[in-house]
Design a protein around this ligand. Structure first.
Ligand SMILES: NC(=O)c1ccc[n+]([C@@H]2O[C@H](COP(=O)([O-])OP(=O)(O)OC[C@H]3O[C@@H](n4cnc5c(N)ncnc54)[C@H](O)[C@@H]3O)[C@@H](O)[C@H]2O)c1
Length: 465
């Protein structure tokens, strides 16, 4: 087996940064260089103040502090890092295409292709190239074609090693992974490459948790894992709507079904809808792939998971309007939370964006507080939707750093992210500072119904009538 001691990772994002930090911390004899074209991001990774790392993840700054400058480096010198490395991880973004064929569904592979061409141009000796990004099935073949036509007699092994971490718990997920999936060619050199990568993970994970498969199964498994997880959320969310009509309680239903060992308790929490950069894009991609093979029934089946998620966000916004006597125009609505989930500063596809957009269309005046998301990010998210002029977004929506003060004379509070700190607020004091009746729309089922009713709130909790 080839011993690896020089790794390069292209892409210093939510996956590349934490994954490589953990590899460096667990494998002191391996030099890990994380490169990116984004100078600002790399500068933030190198910031002496660890509170300014570009990504917020519990436990990340401690791990970076351990290894940075020792065997973990962040740089924009991409060519130099590729040249030195024996193993190159590609961890760049693979967003949904916004143009051309497959627009709105297929994964945009332009960043992946640029990486492959960069590697092909620079490499002077044999390399193992690892797809860490989530990719459509059979992408490895495209990468291989690009790499094998370099003409400089270098041989490449392409592995698929999808990442299963969840933001907010990334470090724990990496250190205690349920499994690591490594797909590669079933040739002797492919097998050797798989074992070399397995050797990296074996520094801290038992060998039984490292699954070696063919490359296509590995690529497809990542899309399917996300589709199944998102499907559970959409399934319970569809039931939350029914609970609200029937006096059933979604929490009791999910507990009752989760006790069935065939179903299990995880990912059965009803909410305002899933967000994050991956679920929607990966399902859309699966839908696109199925349709491109003529499997329309399969495509339609998985598409429903997205449609229920859109419905849930819209339903939440509509309920706010209806409850506030069919108009929110000029009414002050406080948003607690903007991130797509707690313990991350990532806002990609966050439900908050879409709920805000729907309420801004109704001319609500929104005030947002999120402990980790910047004002710049919030406006960028809204502007990206292109629903109205950026000046209008800034006029109607304000971002604050003082969550309690903001509630003065507010008509309603909407909880969009399940940050723990919201639970411990002085809700009596908040009630007194709001206009009456004071509404809370709890999109995360975070607060105690009885307590909120006792204080005097008109309290709506998703999944309860
Ligand atoms: N975010 C997650 O929780 C998660 C989990 C599992 C898998 N994934 C997958 O991992 C991949 C990366 O996701 P992410 O959330 O880290 O994305 P991200 O946008 O946070 O990071 C990607 C980085 O790649 C850089 N980049 C793009 N093209 C480049 C190039 N040619 N050369 C150098 N750098 C380049 C970008 O500047 C950016 O900093 C995606 O395919 C995603 O689906 C993400």
């Amino acid at each position: 087996m080839k011993k690896i001691n020089e790794i390069c990772c292209i892409g210093a994002g939510y996956v590349g940064g934490p994954t490589m930090s953990v590899i460096a911390s667990q494998c002191p004899e391996i030099n890990v260089t994380v490169v990116d074209i984004n100078q600002e991001r790399i500068d933030a990774w190198n910031d002496a103040d660890l509170n300014r790392l570009p990504i917020y993840e519990p436990g990340l700054k401690e791990i970076v502090a351990q290894s940075r400058g020792r065997n973990l480096f962040f740089s924009t010198e991409i060519d130099k890092a590729i040249d030195k490395a024996q193993m190159i991880f590609i961890s760049v973004n693979t967003p949904t295409k916004t143009y051309g064929k497959g627009k709105g569904q297929a994964a945009d592979l332009k960043y992946i292709e640029l990486c492959a061409r960069n590697i092909a141009r620079v490499a002077k000796n044999d390399k193992i190239v690892v797809e860490k990004s989530t990719l459509p099935v059979r992408t490895a073949q495209a990468i291989k074609n690009i790499l094998q036509n370099t003409g400089n007699e270098v041989s490449f092994e392409i592995l698929s090693n999808p990442e299963f971490l969840a933001e907010g718990t990334a470090i724990n997920d990496l250190l205690n992974a349920d499994r690591v999936l490594i797909g590669g060619d079933e040739t002797p050199s492919g097998q050797m490459a798989k074992e070399a990568l397995s050797g990296v993970y074996e520094h801290w994970l038992p060998k039984e948790k490292i699954l070696l498969t063919n490359v296509w199964s590995s690529e497809l498994s990542k899309l399917v894992a996300n589709a199944f997880l998102a499907q559970r959320v959409s399934s319970i969310n569809s039931i939350s709507a029914l609970c609200e009509k029937t006096d059933a309680n979604v929490q009791e239903v999910s507990k009752a079904i989760g006790f069935d060992s065939r179903i299990g308790p995880k990912f059965l929490q009803s909410s305002v809808g899933f967000g994050g950069s991956c679920f929607q894009k990966d399902i859309l991609n699966l839908v696109y792939i199925a349709r491109s093979y003529g499997l329309n029934e399969v495509a339609n089946y998985w598409e429903q998971v997205i449609l229920i998620n859109d419905y849930q966000k819209q339903r939440f916004a509509d309920n706010i309007v209806t409850s506030l006597y069919n108009t929110v125009s000029g009414k002050k609505i406080i948003f607690y939370g903007w991130a797509f989930k707690k313990d991350t500063n990532d806002t990609r596809e966050s439900a908050a964006i879409y709920v805000a957009d729907a309420l801004l269309e109704e001319k609500a005046e929104i005030v947002v507080y999120d402990p980790k998301v910047s004002e710049k990010r919030i406006y960028a998210d809204l502007d990206y939707l292109n629903t109205r002029e950026p000046t209008e977004n800034r006029r109607l929506l304000k971002v604050v750093k003082e969550p309690i003060e903001a509630t003065k004379e507010a008509h309603a509070i909407a909880i969009l992210t399940e940050w723990d700190e919201f639970k411990n607020y002085d809700w009596k004091c908040i009630f007194h500072s709001m206009l009456k009746p004071a509404f809370i729309f709890d999109g995360r089922r975070l607060l105690d119904t009885e307590k909120m009713n006792e204080i005097g709130f008109k309290y709506y909790k998703i999944g309860e009538s």
